[in-house]
Design a protein around this ligand. Sequence first.
Ligand code: FEO
Length: 401
Amino acid sequence: MAAIKITDRIYSVGVQNPDLEVFDIVMATEFGTSYNSYIVKGEDKTALVETSHADFFDEYKSNITSVTDPAKIDYIIVNHTEPDHSGALAALTELCPKAQILATAVGANYLKNITNRSDLGVRPVKDGEELDLGGVTLKFVVAPLLHWPDSMMTYCKEEKALFSCDFLGAHYSFAPMLDTELKDTEGYRRAFKEYFDAIFGPFKPFVVAGLAKISALDIEYVCNSHGPVLTSAGQLGYAVAEYGKMSRIVKNDPKKIPVFYCSAYGCTAALAEKIREGVLSVLPTAECKTYDIIKHDLSVLAAQLNSSNAFAIGSPTLNADAVPPVWNLIASVDAINIKKRPAAVFGSYGWSGEAVPAIVARLTALKLNVVGEGLKACFVPGDADLSKAFELGALLAQSIA
Ligand code: FEO
C-alpha cells in the first residue's frame, strides 16, 4: 500500500494486513486489519503519529519515505503503546535519529520495556499540552483506559483531525483509507461493532468519558489506528452515535441470575434446577434460567454471564477437574467489570470431586464474590443435596436482594 493524502498536511503511511484472521489471540478478524500511522507536516516541523506493527516494517518505511525523508521527522507521537502500534518504534529510532518520542507518562514507562531500552528518551506529555509544528498545532488529549492505562488521543485543530488511537477504530483492512470510498458499509459496520465489543466493551465508563472529551472538538476526520479514516461526509456521525449507544450501561430490571451447568447424566442438572428454585423463592420476579452450556453458543452465554447481577455455575468432575466447556465459559468472564459479582458453584461427582473447589478457586482469583461454600453432591443428588442446592440458590439471591 502506498501513502495516501488525507488532508493538505496529513498523510496516511500505515500498512494493511488483509489476511489477518485472529487479532490478539482471541478476536476473529473477518476483514483483516490495518496498522494506521500518519505524518503531519507543519511549516517547521514534521510529526509521525503512531508507529506500526514490527512485522511490516519494510512496507511501513517505504510509505514514510514516500512522504518525507525519515531523518527529518522531528517527533514520533505514540498515542498508545500496545505492540501493534509500537512494535516498529525501536527500528524507527534508527531511521529517524533526531525524532523526539512523545507519549503519556504511563506510556513512556511502558515503552522502555517494549523496546527493552532503559535509555530510550521519551518526553511525557500532559493532557491539553500543545505542540506547534508551524501553522499546525497538535494538542494531546489524555484518555486513560481507553483502552490501556497509557492511552491518549491527539487533535489537530487546523486540519480538524483527531488521531484517536484505537478509539472509533475497526479491524477492517481498507487500502483506500477514506471511508467515503467504502462499498461494503454493512460489513464495515459489523466489524466496527465487533471491535467495540472486544476492545472497548470492558471499558464503557471510559468510553463515555472519551466521548465527552472530544465532544467540544471540531472534527472532520478521525484518523484512528485500525480501519478506514472516518470523515464527516462518511461514517463519522454513525460511529460516534453508535459508541454513545453501545457504551450505555443498562440496569437489569428484573434482575438476572443465570444458572450455567454441564451434566452428563442429569445429576449436576438436577442441582441447577434446585438452585433456580431457590433463587426464585427469594426473588420471584428475577430472570433466572438454567443453561446447559454445551447446548448454547459460548458468546451468548458469556454475554448472559457478564450482564448478570449474580450467577451460578456447575460442573461434574472429569479427570480430577471441571469439564472444558465450563472452563471456556469462565475464560469469558469480564474480570475488569464484574469484580465482586456474586457467584455460586456446584457440581455432582463420582470419585473425588475436584471440579467445585477448582472453580471456586478460579472465581475467587478473578475477585468475584463466591457465596456460600461450593456445593458438591456425590453421584445422584439425594433429598439432602437438593435441599442444599435450594438453599444455595436462596443465598445467591439474598446477596443481591
Ligand atoms: Fe490496536 Fe490497543 O492496540
